[in-house]
Design a protein around this ligand. Structure first.
Ligand code: GLN
Length: 535
């Protein structure tokens, strides 16, 4: 039976609860404890797939094709384990299941209520996530902040679990924020005290409190929090903002989190952590490096979380090449209106990430055109691959007519078109081509050199694809189809022959990059960009 660590957030949102939870996973793994993670999201959408990135940030895709919360990206990057469909549960999924059961007659005669029907379904799903990989420990993060109405059923479910599985098998950790008052030069603990009171009102007594703060937290503050919240002083853990995100597991280990959890959960674990590789990696990250300016051309750039895995992947690849990737976030609509082109002349590489819908699309095509004509290294991710093909086709036929049928239904040259299996799809949620598919690489290409492998598995999230009617024409004009589905039907990677590095993938490599294992395509792209800068 696994042990459970339940993670809740207090005071304000965005305190780094996801990173804190993921870091705990890394700390436990370093002691030889196997871990998995799960996020419980209180919103009523079935998954974030149908939400605007402005509402929710990036949609993270798992190997098995679940569209999930961006925190799962943190989890995978920190614990270096693939997660799955069971790893993200929402209120929408819970209610959909309970209502379907009610319609089937599974509860005939009963009145369906939040307690026990909804809470039982939540507990069942926590169990499923734990069962998927049979770990020693499952870390379950509850989305939202204590005090939200929506998260109450989740909190009630995790409260009940202490009784279900036994007190020694459950740890409740609460992540809060300590505001700093400049005038009196103090960190304030009162909001944390209130948040813990609220949590206790629900029946959850935290075992551990993580205090996020922008300034150092001294022992007297920790003791004060311990006193007011009834938590052991050794379990009041400072979580001071650090410039290197991946340092958090080291900070937590130094603060005694590993020892505390092993002790409290009676875990069969090695006494000393093995964080040496992680420490070396963080050491590399902290080193001063030459800046490498890279443009990300997107439509949601006001909210950096919309491209969080892309940003992290560039960072991982930069560390591997000893450069400090500095991102210039360029709004595609600006390029569309003829603004910001000069910014492209100041970067060493251009990334066009994934996206949906017409807004800003001409700006992304303009970015691809700029990269092609000026031989600037380019990495296209999903939509970024599609715009690269649109631009190339436009240059071949000498007109702006070529397009994707996503943006122009009646284009004379539908260079990107709907996947055949998408033609009869009418529901929007969870119906794209999702998750991991194999891709065979063509020897001698940028892609094959980057991966150094004949076949790779990559994660997808799209409805449109390269239109094979144009494959010959494109190939004759210097486009290399360097990655194909094993049956040869689907173009998964396209690249330009006469270019230092212009590569687009129909899949999303950013979901598989890990800090200790940068993704090969990002690595090759950053290498090409760094070489460009040297010139
Ligand atoms: N909108 C495009 C498609 O559905 C690209 C999707 C994406 O970038 N994830 O094919």
């Amino acid at each position: 039976m696994p042990k459970y660590i339940f993670c809740t957030g207090g005071v304000v949102s965005s305190v780094g609860k996801g990173v804190a939870a993921a870091s705990i996973g890394r700390v436990l793994k370093s002691r030889g404890v196997s871990v998995t993670m799960q996020k419980l999201d209180p919103y009523i959408n079935v998954d974030p797939g149908t939400m605007s990135p402005y509402q929710h940030g990036e949609v993270f895709v798992t190997e098995d094709g679940a569209e999930t919360d961006l925190d799962l990206g943190h989890y995978e990057r920190f614990i270096d384990e693939n997660l799955n469909k069971a790893s993200n549960t929402t209120t929408g999924q819970i209610y959909a299941e309970v209502i379907a059961k009610e319609r089937r007659g599974d509860y005939l005669g009963g009145t369906i209520q939040v307690i026990p029907h909804i809470t039982n379904e939540i507990k069942k799903r926590i169990g499923l996530a734990a069962k998927a990989t049979s770990p020693d420990v499952i870390i379950v993060e509850v989305g939202g902040t204590i005090g939200d109405i929506e998260s109450l059923p989740f909190l009630e479910a995790i409260r009940q679990m202490r009784k279900d599985v036994g007190r020694d098998n459950v740890v409740y950790m609460h992540v809060t924020w300590l505001p700093y008052i400049g005038a009196t030069n103090e960190l304030k603990t009162k909001p944390t005290q209130h948040s813990v009171h609220e949590l206790r009102g629900i029946g959850i007594n935290p075992d551990m409190i993580m205090c996020r703060s922008d300034s150092a937290i001294n022992d007297s503050i920790r003791e004060k929090i311990a006193l007011f919240t009834d938590v052991e002083t050794r379990a009041v853990i400072p979580l001071v903002t650090t410039p290197v995100l991946y340092e958090v597991p080291l900070t937590l280990e130094e603060a005694g989190v590993g020892d505390f959890l092993i002790d409290r959960l009676h875990l069969n674990a090695s006494a000393a952590p093995d964080l040496s590789d992680w420490r070396t990696m963080v050491g590399e990250m902290r080193k001063h490096k030459e800046p490498l300016p890279i443009a990300i051309v997107g439509k949601y750039i006001e909210l950096k979380d919309a491209y969080i895995s892309v940003r992290e992947s560039l960072y991982h690849a930069g560390v591997a090449h000893d450069v400090d990737v500095q991102i210039d976030w360029i709004l595609s609509e600006d390029l569309e209106k003829g603004r910001g082109l000069e910014r492209l002349s100041k970067v060493a590489g251009i990334v066009v990430p994934g996206g949906f819908g017409y807004r800003g699309i001409e700006g992304k095509i303009a970015a691809a055109k700029y990269a092609r004509e000026n031989k600037v290294p380019y990495l296209g991710l999903c939509l970024g691959m599609q715009v690269m093909c649109i631009d190339k086709m436009r240059s071949i036929v000498g007109s702006d007519e070529p397009n994707s049928t996503e943006f122009d239904h009646t284009t004379e040259y539908p260079i990107i078109d709907l996947l055949p299996e998408q033609r009869d799809v009418s529901d929007m949620g969870g119906t794209m081509r999702l998750g991991s598919y194999p891709c065979a690489l063509v020897p001698g290409t940028h892609a094959a050199k980057a991966y150094n492998s004949a076949i790779v598995q990559e994660r997808h999230r799209h409805r449109f694809e390269f239109n094979n009617a144009y494959r010959d024409l494109m190939t004759r004009n210097g486009v290399v189809m360097s990655g194909l589905s094993p049956d040869g039907r689907l173009v998964e990677i396209a690249e330009l022959a006469d270019h230092p590095f212009m590569v687009g993938s129909q899949f999303h490599p950013e979901f598989k990059s890990r800090p200790n294992r940068p993704h090969p395509l990002f690595k090759a792209f950053v290498e090409a960009a760094a070489a460009q800068l040297d010139k």
